[in-house]
Design a protein around this ligand. Structure first.
Ligand code: ZN
Length: 132
């Protein structure tokens, strides 16, 4: 059971915390969920074009790393596109066009959630549409 959640200075007490990538240097977490934020047709990824930023991003998670973002923006970057294309090539087979989910009761039931409404239709109440 999860009690009330309070957020103070970007930290959700006891459950998770939220920070920018530059504030993660030298730290690790069991699971890291990172938003790549940038999404545009120009390939403008700002400071994420720097190899050091990708290195920090990839080396903070002990058990799991989930990246959410627009891969095309990063691949089309004039400055960091080559780096990110190499990274995405390494991740081939682990990149999805949505959020992959698996039902704990029915491990064969997997779906890719693409819009918020998919949580209700594909995995209602945290399960799946199949009978127990
Ligand atoms: Zn199920």
């Amino acid at each position: 059971m999860v009690g009330a959640i309070s957020v103070t200075n970007g930290q959700i007490k006891g459950l998770m915390e939220s920070r920018g990538i530059d504030n993660y240097q030298g730290e690790e977490k069991d699971i890291v969920i990172a938003s790549l934020v940038r999404s545009n047709n120009k390939g403008d990824i700002g400071f994420m074009a720097q190899q050091q930023r990708l290195n920090v991003l990839l080396s903070r998670a002990r058990n799991g790393l989930i990246l959410i973002g627009n891969a095309k923006t990063f691949q089309n970057s004039p400055n960091g596109g080559e780096l990110w294309t190499k990274f995405f090539d390494l991740m081939k087979g682990r990149i999805y066009d949505g959020l992959p989910v698996v039902c704990k009761q029915h491990p064969h039931y997997t779906k890719i959630l693409k819009v918020p409404q998919d949580f209700d239709t594909e995995c209602p109440d945290g399960g799946c549409a199949e009978p127990w």
